[in-house]
Design a protein around this ligand. Structure first.
Ligand code: SF4
Length: 145
């Protein structure tokens, strides 16, 4: 059976930072014949609801920072995401949630140290997935249909 990784919040899980979900029924219908692998790196690490995080471009690289506390959680997320990839080496498709600091694909706001948006880029999971799943074109809930 073909396998697809899908952001868990698109599947109806209440795993967003605000405790909400972003269900897209069309995605479930599209992949009804696939083995669906739900993915959410933030909820297991930080719980739900949780403080908002953002991608900041500081000292020449993107870091993931908790808005309120300014804690740098980049390494925590990298380890969580790489561990997920290690357990799911072979998949056929990937659909991630747009605009998220973890899951966005060229739709994630990239901020400067003053929290001003300077560009749009990849969330931390998407940038790792692009290296780990080189042959797969990552889609989001908008580009999929
Ligand atoms: S966008 Fe990604 S990290 Fe955020 S709640 Fe959805 S699956 Fe989790």
């Amino acid at each position: 059976m073909r396998k697809v990784i899908i952001s868990a919040c698109l599947l109806g899980e209440f795993c967003r930072y605000d405790g909400k979900t972003k269900t897209v029924d069309k995605i479930l219908q599209k992949y009804q014949d696939y083995e669906i692998i739900p993915f959410c790196p933030e909820a297991p690490l930080f719980g739900t609801p949780r403080d908002r995080i953002s991608v900041l471009h500081v000292t020449g690289e993107n870091r993931v920072i908790v808005d309120k506390t300014k804690q740098d959680v980049t390494k925590l997320l990298e380890d969580e995401i790489n561990s997920f990839c290690d357990k799911n080496l072979h998949v056929d498709e990937i659909v991630l949630k747009s605009k998220s600091p973890s899951c966005g694909n060229q739709t994630t706001p990239i901020l400067d140290e003053h929290m001003n948006q300077i560009s749009l880029g990849d969330g931390i999971a998407t940038s790792i997935f692009k290296k780990r799943y080189k042959n797969i074109i990552i889609k989001d809930e908008n580009s999929l249909f």
